[in-house]
Design a protein around this ligand. Structure first.
Ligand code: NIG
Ligand code: FE
Length: 394
């Protein structure tokens, strides 16, 4: 059994036992065996190993867990972005443009885009990434989007209910029937989760409830896009259905916050429904950011994710989202890093990633910086020195 020691770590973020909410250890080392963390402790007591990586006194963190990304698509919408920056509003209408390009693309073209974005994310420290369908919107193209997504991630999400495609524009009930029937049947073998864009202009609460319930009956876990463009019933629907995560949460009422807070576990370990905030979307649509403080102060578990997609947030960078969360959403650097690692893991109901404790998957990021604080302190700077995924240096 070959072992790898990451040694001479100046600041190790474990999200487990250690100093402060991030479980920080100083002058530490991590032993990796068989792709898992086998031991964490003081560098002075580090066991021998077959190979050694010297972190040079730098900070080491768990790999980022990006729990919300739309990577299977073709084309881009740079012109739509430019128009927005010149004053146009984002409505989600551009999704249909990407649907046209995606349907016209070959499998290899879609596969190349997923791999390119996945590679981009990995180089920026993301070691777990969720991938949604949602730009096929017919049986064949949703199924193939998910089949291609499974080549890259086990966290795949069926988003056939992204918008009603043009050919069903005047009969949304029929489209819901298609999503719950043949589309779900074709998608379910490749999906772990089901998601709905519950928003004015996309799916109303009754359609969203029906679709999510069908997905649950087919064995998929629930997550949803909710309260992104305006107030609405999405967040409370998510709580009602026991969703792992409600994503965006830009426009929340007191009742929405109370509903989320009401899903708290009795052991004080946070809420069972996570609020996943996607500040890249507010950045790229020039919209007000969600009120992270209100959620955190109410005890709601918060995750940060990129929402990487060609329309509302074409970034694969978790460090960028952390910097936005700190600067624009008044999260502390520690809260933002936790949300981008352990928080993302909670949003995917995973306990083997987002933490560096014995038994966890050995996903580590070595920074080119002495502290995780630099992720927000030095925005836009490539601070990811080395990524280890599943115990393998990338
Ligand atoms: O999460 N809100 C819906 N879906 C995506 C946007 C997709 C697009 O504009 O292409 C989002 O922001
Ligand atoms: Fe999204």
């Amino acid at each position: 059994m070959s072992s790898l020691l990451v040694d001479n770590i100046g600041e190790l973020v474990t999200n487990g036992v250690g100093e402060g909410p991030l479980g920080i250890r100083r002058k530490a080392a991590v032993l990796i065996e068989e792709g898992r963390v086998a031991w964490v402790g003081p560098a002075a007591y580090a066991p021998a190993a077959d190979r050694r990586i010297d972190a040079g006194g730098a900070a080491v963190l768990p790999g980022f867990v990006d729990s919300h990304a739309h990577l299977v698509f073709a084309g881009d919408r740079a012109a739509e972005f430019a128009a927005r920056m010149a004053g146009e509003r984002y409505t989600g209408g551009g999704i249909r443009t990407t649907v046209g390009a995606t349907r016209a693309a070959t499998d290899d073209e879609l596969r190349a885009t997923v791999r390119r974005l996945r590679g981009e994310a990995l180089r920026q420290g993301t070691t777990t990434i969720e991938i949604k369908s949602g730009y096929g919107l017919n049986v064949a193209d949703e199924a193939r989007s998910l089949r291609i997504a499974t080549e890259t991630s086990s966290e795949t999400t069926f988003l056939g209910a992204h918008v009603v495609p043009p050919e069903y524009a005047d009969r949304p009930d029929d489209y819901v029937g298609l999503v719950c029937g043949p589309m779900l049947a074709a998608a379910a073998p490749y999906a772990k989760w089901i998601d709905v864009f519950c928003e004015r202009g996309a799916f109303d609460v009754d359609h969203a409830r029906a679709i999510l319930a069908c997905g649950q009956a087919a064995g998929l876990g629930v997550r949803l896009h909710a309260n992104q463009l305006g107030p609405g019933p999405g967040v409370q629907l998510g709580v009602e259905l026991g969703a792992a995560s409600v994503d965006h949460c830009t426009h929340l009422s007191d009742a929405d916050i109370d509903a989320l807070a009401g899903t708290a576990h009795s052991d004080g370990s946070g809420t069972s429904t996570v609020a996943t905030l996607l500040p890249g979307a507010e950045f790229s649509t020039r919209s007000p950011y969600p009120d992270a403080r209100r959620l955190l102060d109410a005890g709601v578990t918060v995750a940060l994710a990129t929402d990487c997609n060609p329309g509302s947030s074409y970034t694969s960078s978790m460090p960028f989202c952390i910097a936005l969360a700190v600067r624009e959403m008044r999260m502390t650097p520690a809260e933002a890093l936790w949300a981008a690692t352990a928080g993302g893991a909670r949003a995917l109901r995973r306990d083997d990633v987002g933490v560096l404790i014995p038994g966890a998957r050995a996903d580590l990021v070595v920074l080119d910086a002495p502290s995780y604080l630099h992720l927000a302190y030095r925005p836009g700077v490539p601070l990811i020195h080395q990524v280890i995924r599943n115990g393998v240096p990338q």
